[in-house]
Design a protein around this ligand. Structure first.
Ligand code: FES
Ligand code: FES
Length: 165
């Protein structure tokens, strides 16, 4: 049984920056990212692993950060939506979401951007079916998925290949 008062010293990189922290044993990674680091781009939609709004990439794997303890991030490399465009210039994927109307309220968008980035790094030319499979863990309550899929298709192909190079 985990003692709630137990803390863990952790060290990790987030968007390329080295960080150290002491975290309570039961603190969720998403709360650490948002409330301790102040990186509010990672959203919370459910806290139960259902919506994908909290998706980040940890050691190259797509992770729902409400399903991972901050203590488990020790020694890892974390990427959040803020890390996609560190110099402020939108990536082709972010531009495509803008141009193809892939968002409405935008609440789901950070998670979708992380899921789509994860897909395009592994598969720069996904089919529509592959795109839909890749974002099946991300719920959008506003737009429906047609424009989201279109956005990812628009960012795929040559643009995605260049980024992966
Ligand atoms: S907040 Fe993590 S999956 Fe919904
Ligand atoms: S754009 Fe509003 S939840 Fe997806």
């Amino acid at each position: 049984m985990v003692d709630a008062a137990t803390t863990h010293a952790i060290e990790y990189t987030i968007n390329g920056e080295r960080q150290q922290a002491t975290v309570p044993a039961r603190r969720l990674l998403v709360h650490h990212i948002r409330d301790t680091l102040g990186m509010k781009g990672t959203h919370i939609g459910c806290d139960t692993g259902s919506c994908g709004a909290c998706s980040v990439i940890v050691d190259g794997r797509l992770v729902k950060s409400c399903m991972m303890l901050a203590a488990q991030a020790d020694g890892t490399a974390i990427e959040t939506v803020e890390g996609l465009a560190p110099d402020g210039a939108l990536t082709p994927l972010q531009q495509a979401f803008n141009e193809q109307h892939g968002l409405q309220c935008g609440y789901c968008t950070p998670g979708l951007l992380m899921a789509a980035s994860f897909l395009l790094r592994r598969n720069p030319n996904p089919s529509e079916a592959e795109i839909r499979r890749a974002i099946r863990g991300n719920i959008c309550r506003c737009t429906g998925y047609v424009n989201i899929v279109r956005s990812i298709e628009a960012a795929a192909g040559p643009a995605a290949s260049e980024r992966a190079a």
